[in-house]
Design a protein around this ligand. Sequence first.
Ligand SMILES: [Zn+2]
Ligand SMILES: [Zn+2]
Length: 481
Amino acid sequence: MSTTVGSLRDRVEAIVSGHQARWVHLADRIWEHAEVGLHEYRSARLQVEELEAHGFRVESGAGGMPTAFVATYRRGDGTPAIGFLGEYDALPGLSQARSPERRPLKEGAPGHGCGHNLLGTAAMGAAVAVRYLLEEFDLPGTVRYFGCPAEETLVGKVFMARDGCFDGLDACLTWHPASLNMVWDGPSLAMNSVKFRFRGRASHAAADPHHGRSALDAVELMNVGVNYLREHMPPDARIHYVITRGGAEPNVVPAEAEAWYYVRAPGRDETEELYQRVLDCAAGAALMTGTTFETEFLAACYNTLINHTLNEVLHRALEAVGPPAFDDTDHEFARRLSESVPPAQKAAALRAAKAPADLFDKVLHDRVDRPFDPGRIGHGSTDVGDVSWIVPTAQLGTACVPLGTPGHSWQFTAAAGSGIGHKGMLTAAKAMAVAGLELLTDTTLLEKARAEFLAATEGQGYRSPLPEGAKPPVHQLEPDG
Ligand SMILES: [Zn+2]
Ligand SMILES: [Zn+2]
């Protein structure tokens, strides 16, 4: 097949334009329902209905989670196979109207402050567009769309990966709503999420303190120990905690206390090593206080492995599609929304991203750029990391929010429900579709991506970071469970 990126772009434009009203409506309904991780029943159902309408075969309950699913479209001998990763979970407390002022739709309710209403819809749209292109050009291949729940708690893809959902793919593409139109070439950190539960002995804190053994003391001493550990850990590692239980009243020596830790480092091995040192801090604190402790391992994920071959394909596709075509209403909304972010905060975010000087005065990113600081580590974590160690994977970002908008904020929720988010989403869908079809029709690119992947992983297979027998935390959510 002789198809240039340009002619492919025109076909993708035509297909996406034909469906865009439906997909904007779908993204808005997911935005309005705003369901948190593993509760995304309506959001997942909306996506499943749309995919089935386009002839995808859907298997629900992937990885043991009712809101996870895999949708497949297959032609000919089914090779090669390409995947698109989607998410649709919201964040607690970030409910917000489509307004440039802070105004929750419902006080305290969840909201799409990470834009996953757009993320899932665009990835689904890309899968649907590629499915029609395969038919139109009469090509063999498999297109899979992965409905991945609970990204925010690093659960969905990790359990799907352990159960082999991503096996047998030649490449995987995804994206994330962002403020910049560019591929992502900086790795994220691997992570363990663990609760430390200490048990001591209760006593009257004034009349009988010497008979008490304070679990809260143990939590505090563990935290002090970890805070000293910080100076002697790898510079790109991160540790943070909250105290989730610390006793009920000051006059009772707390018999139970709990701290929840995130331990992050650039690779799985480094994360495990650092986690062992955090365990030592917990053991030391227990010894000092005469208490005992147990751990509850909640989640873990890999760092993302960058695939430069796929990144180049995605970049080319994004350049061909061009930046989102924002109109006057979008610019005006973006201007008013960005007034709520302190200028110093916006400047700091752009400085950290090494953005060129001209972007500091702009409100919306209006071109496609290459990464300003190639390879820079992002210190967050994502369960896309696990997929990237199973199959060559690449991600891009498109402008769905004004420049300098903080992540997980009400401003992000507002933009993700507005025309800005819609246009960024459609741009992402088109770019991923163009890249997807290019990969399906040029096996030398897939071979190159695979060779790069094998060199980077040194041929090691994916080993789930989850403990033996771990179950997705679905049972905690069921009313009768
Ligand atoms: Zn997020
Ligand atoms: Zn996100």
